[in-house]
Design a protein around this ligand. Sequence first.
Ligand code: ZN
Length: 385
Amino acid sequence: MNAPVSMGMMPELSDQELRRFGRHLIMPEFGIEGQRALKAGSVLLIGLGGLGSPASLYLAAAGIGRIGLVDADVVEETNLQRQIAHGYKVLGTLKNASAEARMLDLNPDVVIERHDVRLSIDNALDLISQYDVVIDGTDNFPTRYLVNDTCVKLGKPNVFGGVLRFDGQLSVFDARHGPCYRCMFPEAPPVEFAPNCAEAGVLGVMPGVIGALQATEAIKLISGIGSPMIGRMLIYDGLDLSFTTVQLAKDESCPTCSKAPEDIVLKETVMVCAAPVGRTISGEKLQERLAARDDMIIVDVRNPSEWLSGRIAGSRAFSKPDLEQVLQDTGETDLPKDRDLVLVCQSGMRSSAVIKSLAAAGYLPSRLYNLDNGMNAWSGAVETE
Ligand SMILES: [Zn+2]
């Protein structure tokens, strides 16, 4: 069992609370101490959209004592396909106001602190410092990096969730005990590799799954039960209903969490466009070429643990850090320049970055292929060991 995040005075529970939380109290691993820890605890929920909708309702229902809401948007009709904290009756009103009303109806004792603003470098430190745990429910990279950097600087756990199309991701970034978001993704990807739900679409129930899991992690952190997802990333594939957990390592040269807190400077993340390099190949097309015994070489640039947990049969492991290190040290790799290379990662993002590095090292862009959507979209043969 972990120590609860909130180490303040444990409040007593009222008779109404003892009734309402009865299903919690009868579990010996949770019990009255777990419930009192939740009441003493606080969560800052950033974004009251698809992820924030289920997270806000479950946090209030579970008995978290104080919940901050950060959102400046109003409810629009196109939100209602997934943002179930809201509804037609509140179209045009602030999402924070809508969520607050639903949360107080579930639990009149929860203290809701509305921050009807966008998170920015001017308010992030002040807002995040007031809470025990942060839930990032945003869908844009600038806010995601700002939440990450602020949480690292302040030593707060950041419950990260992301959804796109039919996929979801979840992790707990707590730089005191594990990696941070920048250990995985040091800088924002180019705009064209960073679509949001408005551009790429999302199945409405996907944020419901991930948002509920974010609430679970926040409840675990505050009550001290179970093992939080620190140093691990859950990858949820809704189409074949698979949950995969990959280990995440701390990057000792991470631009954020390798620094002392006082040296971390919050900065605006600017999304830039980059001209795509190389070609894209679909999973179906790659299967066709493999079936035709094409002599292309498949290079998997994921981390060794990801490669071991499942890879395209016959693919070669050459992780992005290793490959970039070799290029940096020697200016070349042992990958042939006269064969078609198919670069593969989990989502297609890291492999596209590797393609740029290879092109810069003299590989013909016309021989470099990026597997579209990476292993997330691969439906062909997979080998493991
Ligand atoms: Zn880091």
